[in-house]
Design a protein around this ligand. Structure first.
Ligand SMILES: *Cc1c(COP(=O)(O)O)cnc(C)c1O
Length: 425
């Protein structure tokens, strides 16, 4: 039976049998027991499905991955230790030295560092493109060795809404998959597979956990990309893996090839696995995701409207505002709302921004977004401080930009705190 997303949030994944715990248990075990050597041997040859070591798979983690998979409408999913690890694995599962990816310029700072600095050292090159450019212009970013397109459905921190259909068409015309980081919208407000994305990644650290308790990441595969039809580009999935006696992932695992390879090869070798304790905490967060997301959005919209009319505020960017250039795209792809994160610039530039954040009382300065508590960050002096002026602008980060993550407190209290702090500007 298939359920609506609210039901999947509460009950998805864990299906206890008779006499089993009602609540998802934490399988706090690194290892799993077998009665014969032969049985365990089959697991190592991928001839049988089963648990043997928690670096590769753990039952608690798999239940949570299944819940996120069902929320996104995918065919297979895996958890990772963090959102960064999810991005790393999603890309390197299909790219190697000598390959190239196209990435939206306005993405999370950690993602641009990973792709443009660290993966470059691994021999993978990236071309950053402006996600608002027309298709013909974007097409110029592709090369014969391009293996994937990467973009965020709602970008962090700039709040750019991705034209998912435009990006999916572009990727598919170049015979590569579109990987979407759907952290900010969550599947409650956007399901990228419905618009042609092939793979979705998450930092579950944000709204999915929602309480700022557990780092985590997730990769979900739609099962729709035709790896076999593009064999020349994806030998890792379509030719024998000698580390498993010549298994060909697409032949043996069909639509689950991509996630299986990421699990049994990348996770085996690189080990960025999530602890079952964190998966358990993330699952508690997921149980209320469908209640929290609409409230985050509702509060953020009221705050954005308040800021838009405030004399001490120079500009506000929130795709829920009619004044936003992303209003139409947000209505199309996220008609029920986006998320609780907005950005704005207090008057007085970078100095004004710092005076404002220092004057806040309830809203805290933290390097985090997207949990129940309202918080702010000044990217130019925190997350993006390694970038120069030009790189800041390319990443969509103005010197006065305040990233405000609106929580689920009473919105009048949030507005009162903002109002008194703005008086200090
Ligand atoms: C936070 C974040 C990440 C990285 O996630 P971590 O869990 O902190 O490693 C990736 N993408 C987006 C959009 C994020 O907001």
């Amino acid at each position: 039976m298939s359920y609506q997303k609210e039901t999947i949030c509460v009950q998805g994944g864990w299906q206890p049998g008779n006499g089993e715990p009602r609540v998802l248990p934490i399988y706090q075990s690194t290892t799993f027991k077998y009665s014969t050597s032969e049985e365990m041997g089959k697991l190592f040859d991928l001839e049988k499905d089963g648990y043997f070591y928690s670096r590769l798979q753990n039952p608690t983690n798999d239940v949570v991955a299944q819940k996120i998979c069902d929320l996104e409408g995918g065919v297979a999913a895996m958890l990772t230790s963090s959102g960064q690890a999810a991005t790393m694995f999603a890309v390197t599962n299909i790219c190697e030295a000598g390959d190239h990816i196209v990435c939206a310029a306005k993405v999370y700072g950690g993602t641009s560092n990973l792709l443009a600095v660290t993966l470059k050292r691994f021999g993978i090159e990236v071309t950053l493109v402006d996600q608002d450019d027309p298709k013909e212009e974007l097409a110029k970013g592709f090369r014969p060795n391009t293996k994937a397109v990467f973009a965020e459905t709602v970008s962090n921190p700039a709040g750019v809404i991705l034209d998912i259909e435009k990006f999916a068409a572009l990727a598919h015309e170049h015979r590569v998959p579109l990987i979407c980081d759907n952290t900010f919208a969550t599947p409650i407000h956007c399901r990228p597979f419905e618009f042609g994305a092939d793979i979705v990644t998450h930092s579950t650290t944000k709204y999915m956990d929602g309480h700022a308790m557990a780092l985590g990441g997730c990769i979900v595969d739609s099962g729709n990309f035709d790896w076999d039809g593009n064999k020349d580009k994806y030998p890792g999935l379509t030719t024998p893996d000698e580390s498993y006696h010549g298994v060909v992932y697409t032949e043996r695992f069909g639509k689950k090839a991509y996630i299986t390879k990421a699990t049994v090869q990348l996770m085996r070798d690189m080990g960025a696995c999530q602890s079952p304790q964190n998966a358990f905490l993330t699952n508690i967060g997921l149980e209320t995701l469908h209640l929290r997301m609409p409230r985050h959005y509702e509060n953020a919209l009221k705050v954005a409207q308040f800021l838009e009319n405030h004399e001490k505020v120079a500009w506000v960017e929130f795709s829920g505002l009619k004044s936003s250039k992303y209003y139409e795209l947000a209505q199309k792809y996220m008609p029920n709302g986006t998320c609780g994160v907005l950005s704005f610039g207090p008057k007085g530039g970078k100095e004004g921004a710092m005076r404002f954040t220092n004057a806040l009382k309830m809203i805290a300065i933290v390097t985090h977004v997207a949990d129940a508590r309202s918080c702010v960050l000044h990217p130019a002096s925190h997350t993006h401080r390694q970038l120069n002026e030009e790189q800041l602008l390319e990443a969509g980060v103005l010197p006065d930009l305040i990233r405000l993550s609106v929580g689920i407190e009473n919105v009048d209290d949030i507005i009162a705190d903002l109002d008194q702090a703005l008086q200090a500007v």
